[in-house]
Design a protein around this ligand. Structure first.
Ligand code: FE
Length: 261
């Protein structure tokens, strides 16, 4: 169940179709139009290629079943509908199978600009397009496998790696820095903040990422920049368990935010 009591989980019918009301379809359409226009010149070209490959449009809320079938053909990846946030063990297990969990409830009109809990717009619009990119999916799969093999005490550090890549990652392109993280792509305020030229951008460094605390409810004070998607999969050739142990031993960097806020 979503944490916010004004939202209810969606359940598919026998044909795996989720049903959305006219108003939900309209909300999806408005979110899609507004954001896709805004992202031009701010987001990695691979993202826009993914939107096309998945045939995502403003017309109606896409169905998980259709995205899953397309991803299977494109990158041997997939998506699985889930009620809301799932336990880490289930999350990592799905990722290790190249499957991305997708919460299927959609935000209400009054939450158009911000919803703390990931909804279908964040999941599909934010995450799914890059699942058409093979090196990116290789990272997702390898991350899931690695996450299942490290000790439980490593969870915070694992989530930092996920947070500063899959959720809030930036990438260098010929035309300048672009966003690829789903938390930037699916949020107007985060996209404005991350691509406005005034945010702190650091070259991706694994140890720095593992030692950097974050908050989920503010625009990010710092972003980490990769050079290409292959860099992500390459991270997994290192012994991440050892790297996390080292990060834990050295300790966290000072937070770049007010912890009490
Ligand atoms: Fe997400």
């Amino acid at each position: 169940m979503p944490k916010n009591p004004s939202y209810a989980s969606k359940h598919p019918d026998a044909a795996c179709i989720y049903s959305y009301s006219d108003d939900e379809n309209a909300v999806w359409g408005e979110l899609f139009e507004r954001q896709i226009t805004y992202l031009e010149g701010r987001v990695a070209p691979e993202y826009f290629e993914g939107v096309k490959k998945l045939s995502l449009t403003a017309k109606a809320v896409p169905q998980i079943r259709d995205i899953d079938a397309k991803l299977k053909k494109l990158t041997d990846a997939g998506v699985e509908g889930v009620p809301a946030i799932i336990p880490p063990s289930q999350f990592f297990d799905l990722l290790s199978q190249r499957k991305f969990p997708v919460a299927t409830f959609l935000r209400h009109r009054e939450d158009m600009d911000y919803i703390e809990e990931p909804d279908l717009f964040h999941e599909v619009f934010g995450h799914c397009p890059l699942l058409t990119n093979r090196p990116y999916v290789d990272f997702i799969e390898g991350f899931g496998k690695m996450a299942m093999s490290v000790p439980k005490g490593a969870s915070w550090h694992l989530f930092r790696l996920f947070w500063f890549t899959v959720e809030f990652g930036m990438i260098r392109t010929r035309d300048g820095l672009r966003a690829y993280g789903a938390g930037i792509v699916s949020s107007p305020s985060e996209a404005a903040h991350a691509t406005g030229g005034k945010s702190e951008m650091l070259p991706f460094d694994l140890m720095t990422v593992l030692r950097t605390p974050y908050r989920i409810d503010i625009v990010q004070p710092v972003y980490f920049v990769i050079d290409r998607f292959e860099d992500l999969a390459a991270l997994l050739t290192q012994d991440l368990g050892k790297a996390i142990e080292k990060a834990q031993a050295i300790g966290d960097l000072p937070p770049r935010f007010d912890e009490a806020a």
